[in-house]
Design a protein around this ligand. Structure first.
Ligand code: OAD
Length: 235
């Protein structure tokens, strides 16, 4: 039986592809206020600014490609049963070839109806959401992004996936945003090993499982870690 490896990623896994993280010194939240671009109130009161923010992110993401970290995660499917749970809204895991990817905070390349959250559309060619674009129910479209203050619809699914893990790999996340960060507590029991690849110091104070922190950037540390896991777990 293949080992079940769950990979939980944050903005850091895409940093080596040239996409800014949020909370590092050069991160997005150093240049934008969350409350201006990433809340339901902002969408209501300042729609143009919110749509513009995500149009910029989308346009930028079209030029980005997976790095060695994304590629190593995808290749792991050859010998392990892998699911990726990402907080990222880019599609670099999919571009790298990962076949099971759960997006906790939504997807940049999708839009949805403001009225009916089940009416979700691929943006199609290009990057631009027009301000007055509407869904087929007549409501305005909005980015398919989980804003601060909104619930995280994929969280329960993600918890079940983490609970099934034989090994949990956490990459490039400050573990500062909840409920996403709490996923690390949903492992089946205290024996499940947790590996962390992050050049910084994510908030791991509450983790009681055996924890190995590889203090490297993703494009270097992830392939190293996965080679090590392969030697240990591949059959
Ligand atoms: P953060 O910006 O909070 O954290 C980024 C993490 O990546 C930090 O721990 C860095 O040390 C690490 N990092 C930086 N460069 C790296 C590199 N080259 N390789 C690997 N790791 C690197 O980003 P997240 O934890 O993903 O939510 O943030 C969580 C959520 O907050 C995001 O999904 C987003 C944001 O607000 C929404 O937009 C809803």
């Amino acid at each position: 039986m293949k080992r079940r490896i769950v990979v939980f990623t944050g903005a850091g896994v895409s940093a080596d592809s040239g996409i800014a993280t949020f909370r590092d010194a050069d991160g997005l939240w150093a240049n934008y206020r969350v409350e201006d671009v990433c809340t339901p109130e902002a969408l209501k009161n300042n729609r143009a600014q919110v749509i513009e923010f995500y149009n910029l992110r989308r346009r930028e993401s079209l030029t980005k490609r997976p790095n060695a970290g994304h590629l190593a995660i995808a290749e792991m499917e050859q010998w392990a049963d892998v699911t990726v749970i990402t907080q990222n809204v880019d599609n670099l895991h999919e571009q790298a070839g990962s076949t099971r990817v759960v997006h906790l905070h939504g997807e940049l390349m999708k839009l949805r109806s403001e009225r009916n959250p089940d009416l979700i559309y691929d943006i199609g060619e290009g990057w631009e959401q027009k301000l007055d674009a509407r869904a087929e129910d007549g409501a305005l479209l909005r980015p398919h992004i989980v804003f601060f203050g909104e619930s995280v619809p994929m969280f329960d699914t993600a918890c079940r996936i983490v609970a099934s893990a034989d090994v949990l790999v956490v990459i490039g996340t400050s573990l500062a945003v909840y409920p996403a960060a709490s996923l690390v507590y949903y492992v089946r029991d205290r024996k499940v090993p947790i590996y962390l690849v992050d050049p910084g110091n994510p908030d791991t104070a509450m983790i009681r499982n055996p924890l190995t922190h590889i203090k490297e950037r993703g494009a270097v540390g992830v392939p190293q870690l996965i080679e090590r896991l392969k030697n240990e777990f591949a059959e």
